[in-house]
Design a protein around this ligand. Structure first.
Ligand code: 2P0
Length: 325
């Protein structure tokens, strides 16, 4: 009744912003991401006879009540599916620098879905694992798969058609993704709260819903054709549009800082000088830059020269989940 799994985090190019069901974590719109190499979570799960409650150890430290409860709620779903009645010890090693603005919940729940379901004796397909991971955190359903991934929003009330699908393997198209850190503080509004507030109060949210499926089509076609310029362009447009919907919320959700704008301006200048580079921004102040491998060093060096840039981490498309034991 023991298993161990590893999952990489992912970065969305067409964003998931808004839920149609908060409990089942069903999204308002489909999204597209790249699973990254290098930033991952390794989780082991053991269901044990002698436990009186679930235990969650993160980076060798037992966690607080709030995190423990989130994990227990997730394990309840696995217990219901498998009919296993035991509590579990969960041990996670998280190698996602949270300060870099990558969602550690994506790799975290993808690894937990694999390890806990296997430990409970379930043998789930990738699609079933994706749906299970989704129940922990929406973006986690994309991290089950490697490379370029689409989260089909689905139509069904119970969410049985809302899961990730692989568009292109990580081996099929290598591009560079640079995570540019401009802020070190903890963000003030969580993505969960930010997207909820946007759906409920922003007058611009309907514009998002009216156009995002078209963005998905453009991105899917660009990935199919390996057309970097079209993919970068639609990713940048989509990120700006997501942030525009948040600015219309009450109270507004503003994640950008001075450094965010400095990097955005720099990338636009690079493009004017003929270097194909694009940015995307998640629910935080840091910026992710997309560029071609042949320009990676040049773009990296130029970002480090900006006054508000603290660190730049370079990644590439990475693999989906794997079992370690
Ligand atoms: C994304 N983000 O597509 C979007 C873009 C942030 C901005 O998915 O509430 O941690 O756990 O489903 O997945 C971050 O939100 O939210 C996210 P929950 P999650 O990557």
């Amino acid at each position: 009744m023991k298993a161990k799994a590893k999952a990489n985090t992912n970065i969305a190019l067409i964003k998931y912003w808004g839920k149609r069901d908060n409990e089942l974590i069903l999204p308002m719109n489909s999204s597209i991401s790249i699973t990254l190499d290098g930033f991952y979570t390794i989780t082991s799960v053991e269901f044990k006879e002698d436990l009186k409650n679930d235990i969650f150890i993160l980076n060798n430290k037992e966690t607080e009540d709030k995190e423990q409860k989130k994990i227990s709620k997730f394990l309840d779903i696995v217990r219901e599916l498998s009919k296993v009645k035991l509590y579990a010890e969960v041990n996670s090693e998280n190698k996602v620098p949270t300060a870099a603005g990558f969602a550690s919940s994506a790799s975290g729940f993808a690894a937990l879905a694999c390890a806990s379901s296997k430990a409970a004796g379930l043998s789930l397909s990738e699609r079933e694992l994706s749906m299970l991971a989704r129940r922990g955190s929406g973006s986690a359903c994309r991290s089950i798969f490697g490379g370029y991934v689409k989260w089909e929003k689905g139509e069904k009330l119970e969410g049985t058609d809302s899961h990730g699908v692989r568009l292109l393997s990580e081996k099929d198209w290598d591009i560079s993704i640079l995570s540019v850190m401009v802020a070190s503080g903890k963000k003030k509004v969580s993505s969960r709260e930010g997207m909820k507030r946007t759906v409920e109060t922003s007058p611009f949210y309907s514009g998002w819903l009216d156009t995002v499926e078209k963005d998905i089509k453009i991105a899917e076609e660009a990935i199919r054709l390996k057309d970097f310029y079209s993919l970068g362009n639609i990713a940048e447009e989509n990120a700006l549009k997501m942030h525009a919907t948040m600015l219309g919320a009450k109270p507004p959700v503003l994640y950008w800082e001075h450094g965010t704008l400095e990097v955005m301006g720099h990338i636009q200048n690079l493009r004017e000088s003929g270097i194909p580079a694009f940015f995307t921004i998640d629910a935080g102040a840091n910026v992710k830059v997309l560029c071609l491998k042949e320009n990676e060093n040049m773009v990296y060096e130029s970002l480090l020269k900006l006054s508000s840039v603290m660190k730049v981490l370079v990644c590439h498309p990475g693999s989906g989940v794997s079992y370690l034991e």
